[in-house]
Design a protein around this ligand. Structure first.
Ligand code: DGY
Length: 407
């Protein structure tokens, strides 16, 4: 049996309640848990309506506030980690399933598909969806890029949506995750990256199932809507950069495979259908985002740019007078990313604004040179960009190891 969890912040209570009801009515679901951040309107709406939902469905439905567990900004990570602890301490269910609470296309098959994966023996099941070519810009430019550059021969860059919030873990996965300091401390948007990283590091077989109708979430406004998430997701990757996925047994012949995790079982369902509206959707407000490049410059940000290759420094600096982003192509972004891995400081406001401007230029460059050529062209490009990052980085790592061997 399963515990279904909906972490929430401020949502339309009717949407959340509808999803809770769908989950509670599912025959394989034992309990539904809603985890809120604070007692605001959404929380009160749920509080009022849960008693009658319990009567109608004859299931356990609970509403709690998230605990303060981590040491980063109190956010989604504390919510999800609170649920992991609850699952172990308060239930004897076999599986925990997380779903974002604001999904308007949620249906019982979302639960069934995850449970079928668990029934086949997968301890980790993740859902993935079709997303517009200009959506998922943290996923592509930060998370998948970071996975490809740092662990190129591992399964990590192959995971379709490493920031996805629709997940199933069985009990043994949760028992491991709650022991992991990195995971429990990550109270912010970095939690999805931590779950993804550690489930791969532990070597758990993973199934990714495809939900063709997707989540139809609200579109973002300007790219600044994603600024906090960007900073926290990059900071998470940076915090993991020296963590190896290597198997413990190494030999000189296989040492270069220390970039690899020994090959976990990872299967992804074929993405059989993409709804028409995904082709047409624009992920963010392009015009509104241009001004973000020009505002909020400080003298220190200009100094920090000296750490970057000249192309990056001069390209970004020209934004002090008018928006400029075409310099930030795939190769320039890769070089930028390496410098950020070395020097970025998430607690420093100038660094936050700098990474935001660098990423914004990358997103605008991609949007205006690649995404405007259509959905399929853009998707082919994004996947092949990750392939190119993986092979470039694997070559560099192998060269370095062999070079060191010869010394
Ligand atoms: C991502 O990049 O996946 C974030 O959800 C923003 O779209």
């Amino acid at each position: 049996m399963c515990l279904v969890v909906f972490p929430f912040k401020k949502e339309n209570p009717q949407v959340v309640l509808n999803n809770v009801k769908i989950a509670a009515q599912h025959p394989r679901v034992e309990e539904v848990l809603c985890v809120g951040v604070e007692k605001e309107e959404t929380y009160r709406g749920l509080e009022q309506n849960i008693p009658s939902l319990k009567m109608d469905t004859n299931k356990e439905i609970n509403l709690i506030l998230q605990e303060r567990i981590g040491d980063k900004r109190p956010g989604k990570g504390d919510g999800m980690n609170t649920a992991l602890k609850y699952f172990l301490e308060e239930t004897d269910s076999n599986n925990i399933l997380f779903f974002d609470s604001d999904i308007v296309t949620f249906g019982p098959h979302w639960i069934t598909k995850a449970i079928e994966g668990a029934d086949m023996g997968y301890p980790v099941v993740r859902h993935y969806f079709p997303r517009a070519s200009t959506d998922a810009m943290i996923t592509w430019m930060i998370t998948k890029t970071g996975f490809a550059l740092l662990w190129p021969a591992s399964e990590l860059p192959w995971i379709e949506q490493p920031l996805g919030g629709e997940l199933l873990f069985n009990r043994s996965v949760v028992e491991k995750l709650v022991q992991e300091k990195d995971v429990m401390n990550r109270s912010d948007w970095g939690i999805d990256t931590m779950y993804t990283f550690y489930t791969v590091k532990y070597g758990y077989p993973m199934l990714e199932t495809y939900i063709s109708e997707g989540k139809l979430h609200k579109l973002y406004g300007k790219l600044s809507d994603l600024r906090t998430m960007l900073v926290e997701c990059f900071d998470t990757i940076k915090s993991l950069k020296d963590t190896s996925l290597a198997l413990s047994a190494k030999s000189p012949d296989t040492e270069h495979l220390s970039v690899c995790n020994g090959g976990i079982v990872h299967r992804a369902e074929h993405p059989h259908e993409v709804p028409a509206e995904v082709f047409e959707k624009i992920g963010f407000d392009i015009e509104g985002s241009l001004t973000l490049l020009v505002e909020n410059w400080t003298p220190r940000m200009e100094e920090l740019l000296d750490l970057f290759p000249r192309r990056v420094r001069d390209g970004l600096l020209s934004n002090r007078t008018s928006p400029s982003f075409s310099f930030m192509d795939e190769h320039t972004w890769r070089e930028t990313y390496y410098v950020l891995l070395e020097h970025f400081d998430s607690g420093d406001e100038d660094w936050q604004e700098l990474i935001f401007k660098l990423w914004t230029s990358r997103v605008l460059c991609y949007t205006t040179t690649i995404a405007l050529r259509g959905y399929f062209f853009a998707m082919r490009y994004l996947y092949s960009m990750i392939d190119r990052y993986m092979s470039h980085s694997a070559r560099q790592i192998i060269k370095k190891i062999k070079g060191t061997d010869r010394k």
